[in-house]
Design a protein around this ligand. Structure first.
Ligand SMILES: *Cc1c(COP(=O)(O)O)cnc(C)c1O
Length: 379
């Protein structure tokens, strides 16, 4: 195979992150919930107005904490999209939940509130929405649904750093929300995540679950004179070395976001003629939502066209990819559940193309990628 000229992702790391790691490593406090962890949490609480945040070792961990906080027990049902990363579902399966997959909207890979509503039963405990590509789900509908049916609303905001719904930050709208700092996301620490707790009733329990089931966080704040085992918990907190890396990234977040949004709009402009000719479908971002430069995707007519384009791009040294084998078609799901059909989800999964996307991507490279896509699709 030819050597890739433009990779799909290239993590953006500067000397600031390395210095942060050194400072934390030599600073005498390497365990979790240290100085840098608190600085990161304060950043999110101040910048986005989140009520309480806890840094975790991944978004997967933040989702697992959500399942614990939701008090999910065997037989409970949790409704979520099938068109998402494995962790969204896996976190609840670990607690014995039955995951119920709902379809996406026809024109956007976002969970469809009407389809969710149809799947609510007396055993339903929670709805998990995924703000795909940083685009907000129709949250008014989900908030109403959660309120009227007394369900917990959880936002998987792994893609959704610095994105908004009607001006409100994503991550502030559910009872709980989870972010990812995996190297493919906007802000990174290699592996890393954040749990946002907007429901005051879950705040102290969240802190306990985070710290191995103990009240150590309260002890550190001097609210109790000893710390002890008070709940079932685990260890979800990252080392302060990771937090120091993340904090250095957060200090550059405005720059990173400016670059990533620029890249997104450049792709959009250069590919618009193809959209107008009906050769591709560009994402139609809802007027209530924002673009946060998480990644860039478009869809083609069918799987054959999509697979052909990916192969042809690869041959030219452009690493474009697709993603999300729908979870309702996964071997694990099918082993435990009868087959279901989700037409919109299946159509997105077979027709989507994601183009290279990273801070260091140059305008000239974007032009070349779009020129190549245009040539290949006009043949
Ligand atoms: C990346 C991702 C996750 C998992 O994040 P990690 O930090 O890698 O655990 C969960 N949900 C979605 C939608 C994701 O894209």
């Amino acid at each position: 195979m030819r050597k890739v000229k433009i990779p799909f992702n290239k993590p953006y790391v500067g000397p600031g992150e390395v210095m942060g790691v050194l400072r934390a490593a030599l600073g005498g406090s390497l365990a979790g919930n240290g100085k840098y962890t608190r600085l990161c949490q304060q950043y999110f609480e101040t910048k986005f107005g989140f009520r309480k945040t806890l840094l975790t070792t991944s978004c997967t961990d933040a989702l697992e904490m959500s399942a614990l906080l939701a008090g999910i027990s065997p037989g409970d049902e949790v409704i979520m999209p099938s068109y998402t990363f494995v962790s969204t579902a896996n976190a609840f399966v670990l607690r014995g939940a039955k995951v119920v997959f709902a379809d996406t909207l026809p024109h956007l890979p976002l969970l469809d509130p009407a389809d969710v509503e149809k799947r609510i039963t007396p055993r339903t405990r929670a709805i998990v929405v995924v703000h795909y590509c940083g685009m907000a789900c129709p949250m008014d509908e989900f908030i109403d649904l959660a309120r009227s049916r007394q369900l917990l609303l959880i936002e998987d905001a792994a893609h959704a750093y610095d994105s908004y719904y009607k001006g409100k930050p994503l991550g502030s709208l559910g009872h709980l929300a989870t972010f990812s700092f995996h190297e493919t996301k906007n802000i990174i620490s290699g592996e890393g995540g954040l749990l946002v707790i907007n429901d005051p009733e879950l705040m102290s329990k969240a802190e306990i679950i985070w710290e191995k089931g103990t009240n150590r966080a309260a002890f550190q704040r001097g609210e109790t004179d000893k710390y002890t085992w008070v709940e079932a918990g685990s260890s979800f907190l990252p080392s302060d070395i990771i937090a120091a890396f993340l904090y250095a990234q957060l200090k550059k977040a405005d720059f990173i976001q400016r670059k990533r949004k620029q890249i997104w709009y450049s792709y959009y402009q250069y590919l618009k003629p193809l959209h107008e000719q009906g050769l591709i479908n560009l994402p139609q971002v809802p007027s209530y939502a924002t673009v946060n430069g998480n990644f860039f995707y478009f869809t083609l007519k069918d799987a054959a066209k999509r697979d052909g384009l990916l192969r042809a791009l690869q041959a030219k040294g452009i690493h474009a990819v697709f993603h999300y084998l729908p979870l309702h078609q996964s071997p694990f799901y099918l082993k435990h559940n009868p087959a279901v059909t989700l037409p919109n989800t299946e159509r997105f999964a077979t027709s989507i193309v994601r183009l290279p996307f990273f801070v260091g991507l140059k305008e000239k490279e974007i032009q070349w990628i779009c020129h190549t896509v245009t040539q290949l699709l006009s043949e």
